[in-house]
Design a protein around this ligand. Structure first.
Ligand SMILES: *Cc1c(COP(=O)(O)O)cnc(C)c1O
Ligand SMILES: [Zn+2]
Length: 404
């Protein structure tokens, strides 16, 4: 048994193969690269029983992760987030088996910590000293903090409109932070220039192969938390789509090593109506998306007008017989309030979009009553105080509460 069964990288587009012990970004053809493991050896040598007694974080799956040496692991205790039943809102929607995978309680406040933990650990193992990335906020926050823990310098560019707390997370970690008067695509162009000029490691979404491996652990955990059973539906708020690609990869790898049956959950890419390039491509039965002009949504983490890995997201949807659906901001914000009132969970707007989508898909019959349905809450609502508008009475000392 070795710590990691990583054997290399491959290009899902042109099939070129690469050594994983050298620094790699994109394939020569421009496609993202994916990590490969020796699943035959893994299947023979490792069983779910081996996980027993391991710490409940994402590193319990180290055989299926790319870091070769335990000493290179950079961790803040991320992973093994709760898989909670949502009985009240579930029965109200007509989905009695509705569950929430709650990423709101993970370090840095969003599931981006998973990608950052594995991506930064691998960067450390590869000897990286400086990395750079564009972000809608949460990824930059997570990578800045994990980079600080690893002793790696980080340069981050995010839109001025990104959630303010994510700026603070970057700044306090000592990262070099700039804001751009534009979208994440504009931030991406600035980072591309800086990477050329200064030789930074480009940690942009899917431009290094390991963030997806971190996000994959959401799928591994869901399977383990269900007793190595496959749920029927997983709804995922989709921006760059890394999490969806990762969850798809997780279920495929688990099936190949025989830990679960050969069946995939139907994967649902949930987007905001103000930025829905994947939904449009899926509706047109296309294999790639087009740039979505003038994108806008309160669910900032899913405001991605054109994703580099769009073809992988769409493949995951088609292969799993899933679907893609867009939700209006007004609906997802209403759902966010309902989840807090019914279940006591303060989810992020992106997570709320997944619930709003579940409601719609149950209404049109795509989700059946008996389905086991998992909505991913990708972050904490506490990171987005501006999404809640309140009007509260202010009392003078000695005044009474008036319930009329
Ligand atoms: C980044 C982000 C998403 C989208 O993640 P992708 O894997 O890039 O699609 C969803 N929710 C939140 C809170 C995010 O920060
Ligand atoms: Zn290629």
């Amino acid at each position: 048994m070795t710590f990691s069964y990583l054997i290399g990288l491959h290009c899902p587009k042109c099939k070129e193969q690469y050594n994983a012990d050298q620094i790699r970004q994109l394939c020569v053809c421009g496609s993202p690269l994916l990590a490969d493991y020796d699943l035959h050896a893994l299947k023979k040598e490792v069983t779910p029983g081996h996980l027993q007694g391991r710490i409940p974080d994402l590193w319990r799956y180290h055989e299926l992760l790319p870091v070769r040496e335990k000493s290179h692991v950079v961790t803040l205790g991320e992973g093994m987030t709760p898989l909670l039943s949502m009985p009240r809102i579930g029965s109200e929607m007509g989905i009695p088996n509705l569950l929430m995978k709650d990423e709101g309680i993970i370090p840095t406040g969003s599931f981006k910590a998973r990608g950052a933990a594995v991506g930064v650990s691998k960067a450390k193992e590869l000897g990286i000293k400086e990395l750079a990335m564009p972000t809608n906020g949460n990824a930059g926050a997570a990578w800045a903090l994990y980079a600080a823990r690893a002793g790696i310098k980080a340069s981050i560019v995010m839109p001025v409109g990104a959630p303010e707390i994510t700026r603070n997370e970057c700044a306090i970690s000592g990262a070099h932070l700039c804001l751009v008067n534009g979208l994440i695509s504009d931030a991406g162009k600035i980072i591309g220039q800086a990477v050329k000029e200064y030789g930074f490691y480009d940690a942009s979404t899917l431009k290094e192969p390991y963030r997806i491996e971190g996000k994959k652990t959401m799928g591994l955990e869901i399977a383990e938390q269900l007793g190595w059973k496959v749920p029927d539906v997983i709804l995922y708020p989709t921006g760059g789509g890394v999490g969806l690609i990762g969850i798809f990869k997780a279920f495929r790898e688990l099936a190949q090593i025989g830990w679960i049956e050969e069946r995939l959950p139907r994967l649902v890419a949930v987007q905001a109506a103000g930025c829905a390039p994947i939904v449009k491509a899926w509706n047109e039965r296309k294999r790639e998306s087009e740039f979505w002009p003038d994108s806008a949504t309160a669910a900032f983490g899913i405001n991605v007008p054109k994703a580099l890995g769009d073809f992988l997201v769409l493949e995951a949807i088609y292969e799993s017989e899933g679907c893609a659906i867009a939700v209006e901001d007004a609906d997802l914000l209403e759902e966010q309030g309902r989840i807090a009132r019914y279940e006591g969970a303060f989810v992020c707007p992106e997570g709320a979009a997944a619930f709003a989508a579940a409601r719609r898909l149950r209404e049109n019959g795509w989700i059946r009553e008996e389905d086991t349905v998992i909505a991913l809450n990708t972050g904490s609502g506490i990171k987005y105080p501006e999404t809640v508008r309140i009007d509260v009475p202010i009392l003078q000392p000695g005044e009474r509460i008036n319930l009329e």
